[in-house]
Design a protein around this ligand. Structure first.
Ligand code: 5GP
Length: 189
């Protein structure tokens, strides 16, 4: 059976990676998007098992200790991780799989799966990024400050990725990600 390809999409919070991933998934029925597990509280409108699996710290740590996570990170006082089983199953079934995770997780994945393709989404400018993070308005001042700091750290990792895509316009950025996936597929043909 042909195996699928693993893609990691990262970028600072507010760069628009969620919207881009959604568009890419909608355009190709063969692609699957991994749903991460997190200990942070759901934001308004977020849906269990669609946006994240929202779990307690104890449950997260239990799965981690059992080897059930492909990668994980502690980000602004909360755990985030990729449940291993579903991703491996999809890949064996021949689906391409996207992980929308931060750079700590991306480098863990690249270490374990060197054939994984890492794509970094950049905002059009730092000012625009700050405006998007602040505009979300879902965080306390303290968390917001930490998220802005993390976003600046994230930007410094872009050159370690296989590809960078600037999200000036979300449709164009999603097209660019699809183009990259086509390039990667053609390498295997
Ligand atoms: P947010 O709280 O804004 O949804 O996500 C915060 C950060 O955690 C984002 O940079 C997001 O990409 C990252 N993230 C989400 N899920 C995972 C995951 O499963 N693993 C890792 N390492 N990072 C994740």
């Amino acid at each position: 059976m042909s195996k699928g390809k693993l893609y990691v999409i990262s970028g600072p919070s507010g760069a628009g990676k969620g919207t881009i991933c959604k568009k890419v998934i909608e355009a190709d029925v063969n692609i699957r998007l991994s749903v991460s597990m997190t200990t942070r509280d759901p934001r308004e409108g977020e849906i269990e098992a669609v946006d994240y699996f929202f779990v307690s710290r104890d449950d997260f740590e239990k799965l981690l200790s059992e080897g059930g996570l492909l990668e994980y990170n502690l980000y602004v006082n909360n755990y985030y991780g990729t449940p291993r089983e579903q991703v491996i199953k999809w890949l064996h079934e021949g689906h391409d799989v996207i992980l929308e995770i931060d750079y700590h997780g991306a480098f863990q994945v690249k270490e374990a799966y060197p054939e994984a393709v890492l794509i970094f989404i950049l905002p059009p400018s730092v000012d625009e990024l700050k405006a998007r993070i602040i505009g979300r308005g879902s965080e306390s001042e303290e968390t917001l400050k930490k998220r802005l700091e993390e976003a600046m750290n994230d930007l410094e990792q872009a050159d370690k990725y296989d590809y960078c895509v600037i999200n000036e316009n979300v449709d164009a950025a999603a097209d660019e990600v699809q183009r990259i996936m086509n390039i990667e597929r053609s390498k295997e043909a």
